[in-house]
Design a protein around this ligand. Sequence first.
Ligand code: T3D
Length: 265
Amino acid sequence: MTNQPSFETIRFDVADGVATITLNRPDKLNALTTSMSKELLAALKTCASEQTIRCVVITGAGRGFSAGQDLAEFGQVTGKFSVGDHLRHGYNRLILAMRALEKPIIAKVNGVAAGAGLGLALAADLRIASEKASFVTAFIGIGLAPDSGVSWHLQRLIGPARAFELLASGRKVRAEEALTLGLVNQVVSAEALDATVAAMAGQFAQAPTRGIGLTKRVLNKVTAMPLAEALEYEAQIQDIAIQTDDHKEGVQAFFEKRPPQFTGK
Ligand code: T3D
């Protein structure tokens, strides 16, 4: 990839078809600022437009994944401030961009994910957690209701009663419990986290990217549909998927009894 964008609050690295976005304010547990949200959005746009990127990993520098909204930034607000507008122009765009990105996103959860940081982790397609990771809804701790898509994703992942309990108590969920609840896909030792995610991302970077993107599109859409509409939508999407190079390659490789060489097209 040429002209790799440079950022101040995140790191953006691309290698072998995998873009890694690292939230990079480790002394503040990667608490999210307005600049960081803007940079994250720009990085996601590059991930969408750059064809050589076929998988995205989001992680945090240091011991945290992200502690959510930077509360010090709240303190610096002067004049008329609408939190609703702050969300509309920031986290809402970010979460929608993650869901709309038709490439797999892995959240490599290295440490605590709280508030809007939890929102980012939940908006990813998969969560691989270190045994040192933890999950805190955090909103109620400062008297707020959930935002950043946490209300939407959390109850779909773990059910409404459990979601309510975590949102209303704000208690910390450690990695093993997160696995039991279905909040994360896998928990590994802190030492194994990088290698586990690299292996998974490497596989995605050689997978049928368009097929994965269309899978994501279907999952996003059918969640609000009755079965008959979902079946019709699946049929429409399959009309697109069947025209991809990777579909043709997959079928050909099957009959030739060889591993497929997917190009992502
Ligand atoms: O306008 C809008 O968009 C509203 C949107 C809101 C979305 C949200 O995200 S609301 C939720 C905001 N987040 C929180 O309330 C979490 C606050 N942090 C914590 O509760 C704890 O830090 C953690 C449970 C996440 C981790 O605890 P621990 O003990 O591991 O670390 P710590 O010692 O509390 O924090 C380490 C440092 O990070 C510390 O800085 P210092 O004292 O060493 O200079 C701490 O102040 C800083 N830090 C942690 N979280 C934040 C933060 N700084 C700013 N904002 C934070 N959210």
